[in-house]
Design a protein around this ligand. Structure first.
Ligand SMILES: Cc1cc2nc3c(=O)[nH]c(=O)nc-3n(C[C@H](O)[C@H](O)[C@H](O)COP(=O)(O)OP(=O)(O)OC[C@H]3O[C@@H](n4cnc5c(N)ncnc54)[C@H](O)[C@@H]3O)c2cc1C
Length: 529
């Protein structure tokens, strides 16, 4: 098929939220932009769908905190329909015949922690302040392009700027940062607290999307990654988007369209076209070709560097690093349509306020570790770590009156089952086990389920192209972080071929609905001549 006559300044491969953000920034700066999205819907892992008649919910990502306020402001997302509501309640952690209820009232939370350990109650404030001080530094680094090893003067300036952020932290926070970067989650929490319930619920943040034992070095960092966000100016807070996560992508798409971006769905890109070592456009799976001066890829880094580009363009060392890029977050996601709210035995007579927060099944670090060990051995956790959210308690647009939807976000579930079975063979059985796990705390739960949507690690890979089912487009471990993401030498969004940029979660600062890889890549593209 012939090359299309029209040429745009930029083609973006993938209309995930980062592709849309990248498109929005570039178009705002006057570039003509065309986005090709493989699926029939824009938004990638940030979409809302009807999964049971009359019941809608976010399909993959479900909770907002990391979406950067600068992105919200620059792309006028509120004017384009986005409403983010902070979760009104705190966290309910379910325990055998008990619970740990940490509301947003500090005095209540301290008293609740003291039921398990008075020493922990004395320390919690200092712990939270330690994490949030360091998270501030991370927030600053997240919005800057990392330096490339052996780069030019701009990389040197970036390195100096990053050094300055670390310098401003002061000696105490620098020590904390170094500890969080190198410690295991388990050792770090053990050094602070003695109550198993508290360590379990705090530890959950560290295993989200991170297939590792909580006692593996480097795992403490994920605590920080999940703390660098904010909602409505409140640091570390989490919220929900009215209408589900699709509302975020819809607002981004609406802004992009208003700037003249051409958004095309059902158009998978097969290959990036080169003239020598310079990109000149793309070829779609249907054979059509389109020219552009720059190409930005919102896809997984391995897809870009080994499938859309000829891998022989990489030198041997880089090829080895790309092949060895770790991508397996071991995540299983379900939505359930509910005829009534679950009645947690230990919360009988305590009202429903806790449904406006996070409800966690993560009773101890030992429980988290066992979930990891089971998944390593048999493919999935027999007793999974589960984070539950019931958005219908704050958003009446998702279910019929009186009914509810719940998001269930579960760890650990390996992408490849050691038995050699396919996830398609075991999905219903595993979903039953997830429901049984919750039913043990709320015996009306199973009976209240009217319908369910299951996303196994295979579905996540198959639907979105997230290799290994990795929700972050690659593990957020230290060797795949900052100047090392996705691999050393390609951290500044520029790829080994001229005019090709990475604008998805495989780039700094990594996964989550942040908009930052898209924003930062757009800045790099605007700087590039
Ligand atoms: C189950 C799950 C739960 C999560 N929960 C949360 C959460 O609660 N909060 C949070 O902040 N983050 C969460 N995350 C992480 C977050 O959603 C992702 O890191 C983020 O949405 C990725 O955005 P992206 O734009 O970089 O990539 P994606 O969303 O992966 O977008 C990439 C796009 O590229 C398209 N594409 C792929 N190949 C091609 C091709 N050949 N041609 C054209 N298009 C192509 C894909 O279809 C997709 O639309 C979750 C993720 C998952 C999967």
């Amino acid at each position: 098929m012939a090359t299309q006559a029209s040429e745009s300044d930029v083609i973006i491969i993938g209309g995930g939220h980062n592709g849309l953000v990248c498109a929005g920034y570039l178009a705002r700066a006057g570039r003509s932009v065309r986005v090709f999205e493989a699926r029939d819907v824009l938004g990638g892992a940030a979409i809302t769908e009807e999964f049971h008649p009359g019941f809608r919910n976010s399909v993959y990502s479900y909770s907002v905190s990391l979406l950067h306020p600068q992105v919200i402001a620059d792309l006028s997302l509120e004017r384009h329909g986005l409403e983010i509501m902070e979760r009104a309640a705190g966290t309910l952690s379910l325990l055998d015949n008990d619970h740990l209820l940490l509301t947003r009232d500090d005095a209540q939370a301290r008293a609740e922690i003291a039921r398990f350990s008075a020493r922990d109650a004395d320390r919690i404030e200092q712990f939270e302040s330690e994490i949030s001080t360091v998270a501030i530094a991370l927030r600053q680094l997240a919005i800057q392009s990392p330096p490339d090893f052996g780069g030019g003067w701009r990389d040197l300036m970036q390195l100096l700027s990053a050094g300055n952020v670390a310098r401003k932290l002061g000696a105490q926070a620098q020590k904390v940062l170094a500890t969080l970067m190198t410690s295991s989650l388990g050792d770090y929490l053990d050094s602070w607290f003695e109550g198993e319930a508290l360590k379990g619920v705090l530890g959950l943040e560290g295993v989200i999307g991170n297939f590792a034992s909580p006692y593996q070095s480097g795992t403490a960092y994920i605590l920080l990654h999940h703390a660098f966000g904010e909602v409505g100016g409140r640091a570390g807070a989490w919220g929900i988007a009215r209408g589900g996560m699709g509302a975020i992508s819809d607002a981004m798409a609406s802004f992009a369209r208003a700037q003249g971006v051409a958004l095309e769905t059902g158009t998978p890109v097969e290959e990036i076209l080169l003239d020598g070592k310079k990109a000149v456009g793309v070829r779609l799976a249907d054979g059509r070709t389109f020219n552009s001066r720059q190409v930005a890829a919102n896809v997984h880094p391995q897809t870009l560097l080994t499938r859309m580009l000829d891998p022989s363009l990489l030198n041997e060392e880089d090829r080895r690093r790309v092949d060895g890029y770790r991508s397996h977050s071991a995540t299983f996601r379900m939505n359930v349509a509910l005829s009534e709210l679950p009645q947690f035995t230990s919360m009988a007579g305590r009202g429903d306020a806790h449904f406006q927060g996070a409800i966690e099944v993560s009773p101890s670090l030992a429980y988290i570790d066992q979930a990891y060990l089971d998944a390593k051995q048999t493919g999935w956790a027999k007793k999974p770590v589960i984070s539950m959210q019931v958005p219908t308690t704050q958003d009446d647009s998702l279910a019929p009156p009186g009914a509810h939807v719940a998001s269930l976000f579960c760890q650990h579930f390996q992408r490849h089952l050691p038995s050699g079975q396919s996830w398609d063979d075991v999905r219903e059985q595993v979903a039953d086990e997830v429901i049984n796990t919750i039913d043990a705390y709320a015996p009306n739960f199973k009976g209240a389920v009217l319908g369910r949507q299951i996303k196994t690690p295979l579905d996540i890979e198959r639907d979105l192209g997230m290799i290994g089912g990795d929700i972050f487009h690659g593990a957020l471990h230290l060797d795949q972080f900052y100047a090392m993401r996705p691999i050393p030498g390609y951290a500044s969004y520029r790829m080994p071929v001229d005019n090709v940029f990475l604008c998805g979660s495989g780039a700094h600062p990594g996964g989550g609905v942040t908009g930052l890889p898209g924003r930062n890549a757009a800045q790099a593209m605007l700087r590039s001549r």
